[in-house]
Design a protein around this ligand. Structure first.
Ligand code: FAD
Length: 393
């Protein structure tokens, strides 16, 4: 019997919904399912890097994000105490700004785009088991019955059940580095930016409805202590390291409770095997301090879809070769952000970095290029090889 679907995608957020949309646009018969309700929120500080915004633009979804009332984040500030950098958000083809849409909004827009492309969508549906024929995954078991497919995509997040059920090996793993708490306030007079000190990172991220999310990062070793009273730790860090921001929040009540986690794993899992492939956090997770997860998810969806163009999914050898190539591309495309994220998440602001930033701050061009590097638009080697920077140094 022919499988019911070409592709079943498990998980309907930034990785899964984008993958389903792109594969449905290739004319594949796609089922996108999630155990949560479409449009529900999930824990995130929402920031999409310019590279992710450029993909939304290319996919035709950015206009809907903008129309949802999400403000453009077109400036960026970085304060390390004695040095302050400020610039326009570096541009990349297709993106003039970054955005931080509510996840309920972003994920719903992506699911809508997948449905418009022809994907079938089933929410409030949990995948309990995988179906197999020999060592090949051939579908999923949900409460309502069995659903068969030529390819099963696990886009089900860091604790991926699909990865666990296929036994995807972890191929790279690094220790937990930071922990994070965040809440939001209304009406702050502040744009997008960060405050860094040794042992502390604070980000301000404007989102829908005039709200600004403020996140505070602490070393992982402090998690057990901080979780006893996270709001006090959060406000204490803001008071010590971002006093101008503290002046604005000290006398007003946050619009949300405090959220946070100490479980920000750093790993790569094997990306693919017979009849299965992992995208987004399911296959690769990293500390959230550089706000890269959503952009990484988009990038992976795009890479997987490109590898599958024209692939005959009934031809197992060709399909598995395509998904394996996707795995190599994923590793190449994400490894430098992974390394720089681990570096930053150790929260050890070194004197050498302060010196570099002091030099960078003397030149608007170098500042722009520094932010381009931080946001993954410019390669680190290109940043450091720049003749103007070499002159300044
Ligand atoms: C505190 C925090 C702050 C963050 N801030 C940012 C940020 O500012 N910018 C950024 O880029 N990233 C940020 N991230 C990371 C970002 O949220 C993730 O990288 C991103 O959500 C990954 O998307 P995904 O689609 O791979 O997985 P997820 O968003 O985790 O979605 C997985 C989906 O799979 C579904 N699912 C799971 N198991 C099953 C099952 N068995 N059956 C059916 N469905 C299932 C879940 O219901 C869920 O909807 C943050 C994360 C945290 C925790």
């Amino acid at each position: 019997m022919s499988p019911a679907y070409d592709v079943i995608v498990v998980g309907a957020r930034c990785a899964g919904a984008s993958t389903a949309m792109l594969l449905a646009r290739q004319g594949r018969r796609v089922l996108l399912l999630d155990r949560a309700a479409i449009g529900s929120d999930t824990m995130s500080t929402l920031y999409i890097r310019p590279g992710g915004v450029a993909l939304l633009a290319r996919w035709g979804v950015l206009d809907a994000v903008v129309s949802s009332g999400c403000p453009p984040l077109d400036t960026i500030e970085y304060d390390v105490g004695e040095v302050r950098l400020a610039s326009a958000t570096p541009r990349t083809p297709g993106a003039d700004a970054a955005y931080a849409p509510r996840r309920g909004v972003l994920d719903r827009l992506l699911v809508q785009a997948a449905a418009e492309a022809g994907a079938e969508v089933m929410d409030r549906t949990s995948v309990r088991e995988l179906l197999r024929s020999g060592d090949r995954v051939t579908g999923v078991r949900v409460d309502g019955g069995d659903l068969t497919a030529r390819l099963v995509v696990g886009a089900d997040g860091m604790r991926s059940a699909v990865a666990e059920m296929v036994g995807a090996p972890t191929v790279v793993s690094d220790p937990l580095a930071s922990c994070v708490y965040f809440t939001s306030w209304s009406g702050l007079r502040t744009g997008f930016g960060f405050h860094e000190r040794p042992g502390s990172w604070i980000a301000r991220i404007p989102t829908h409805d005039g709200l600004t999310i403020v996140s505070t990062y602490f070393p992982q070793q402090e998690f057990a202590q901080i979780r006893r009273d996270p709001l006090a730790a959060h406000l204490g860090a803001i008071r010590r390291h971002a006093p101008e921001l503290y002046d604005q929040v000290a006398d007003i009540v946050p619009t949300d409770r405090i959220h946070g986690t100490g479980d920000q794993r750093n790993f790569y899992r094997q990306a693919a095997g017979p009849g299965w492939v992992l995208v987004g956090d399911a296959g690769h997770h990293l500390d959230t301090i550089t706000a890269s997860g959503i952009t990484n998810a988009f990038l992976q969806a795009d890479l997987l879809a490109a590898e599958l163009v024209g692939t005959d999914l009934d031809d197992h050898e060709t399909t598995d070769a395509a998904t394996a190539r996707f795995g190599s591309q994923r590793d190449r495309a994400t490894s430098s952000t992974y390394r720089s994220t681990l570096d930053l998440a150790r929260l050890s602001l070194s004197p050498g970095r302060i010196d570099l930033l002091r030099t960078v701050a003397t030149s608007p061009g170098a500042t722009q290029r520094y932010f381009s590097m931080v946001l993954g638009i410019l390669d680190a080697a290109e940043f450091f090889d720049d003749p103007e920077l070499l002159d300044l140094l």
